[in-house]
Design a protein around this ligand. Structure first.
Ligand SMILES: [Zn+2]
Length: 209
């Protein structure tokens, strides 16, 4: 008989509201919020969060996001950051992973076993919007699982005319304020930022289940 895997240790998503380590996105000044996985407007075409309240970040990421919003305001007071995803519970990460089984798209979804940085409340998916919250064209959509979304291919995509100078300029502005605040980017999604090293986050923070 195969022994059962040990139960995963962490904090239930339902216990996050009111937990002292977490901050609601509504308490961060100068950002707009449109959680795409809490709507049908996403790659999967489903409301993946349903009754779960996922508008939260660990306080360390919330503090950094506040710094990024302030940095953007200093250089472009006419713009704001628009948060597209923040804390993503382990159970939803597992669902995304399962849906992409058998496809070559799993590079865009962190393995649930290792843990997405979103599942520690330490990552955000984010874009730039105008004062009314209207997002800008960044050259590919949030969640677009194609090479057009890869920051490490931007020079090539620009040369090929797939991306314009405006697209890359907007991505550069987004990166500059996020990096300034202590976030790091990844090679294949222009919208995704981790608040610190993923290895360090996985070893020091609790997972939201
Ligand atoms: Zn992400």
């Amino acid at each position: 008989m195969v022994p059962a895997a040990p139960a995963m240790v962490g904090i239930a998503c339902e216990e996050v509201p009111g937990h002292p380590d977490f901050v609601g996105l509504g308490d961060i000044d100068g950002i707009a919020v449109d959680l795409r996985y809490a709507s049908h407007n996403n790659f999967f075409g489903k409301d993946l969060y349903a009754f779960l309240d996922c508008a939260w970040l660990h306080q360390d990421a919330a503090r950094a996001l506040q710094a990024a919003a302030t940095a953007l305001k200093a250089v472009r007071p006419d713009l704001q950051l628009l948060v597209l995803d923040a804390m993503r519970p382990q159970r939803v990460q597992q669902m995304l992973w399962d849906v992409l089984h058998g496809t070559n798209l799993r590079q865009y979804v962190g393995s649930p076993e290792r843990g997405s940085v979103h599942s520690f409340g330490m990552a955000v998916d984010i874009t730039l919007a105008d004062a009314d919250g209207q997002e800008f064209d960044m050259g590919s959509h949030f969640d677009e699982m194609s090479e057009r979304s890869h920051p490490d291919l931007e020079t090539q995509l620009l040369a090929q005319g797939v991306l314009t100078n405006e697209h890359v300029g907007r991505r550069d502005l987004l990166r500059s304020v996020m990096f300034h605040a202590g976030f790091g980017g990844i090679s294949n999604e222009w919208w995704h930022f981790d608040c610190g090293s993923p290895q360090d986050i996985r070893s020091r923070y609790q997972r939201i289940l």
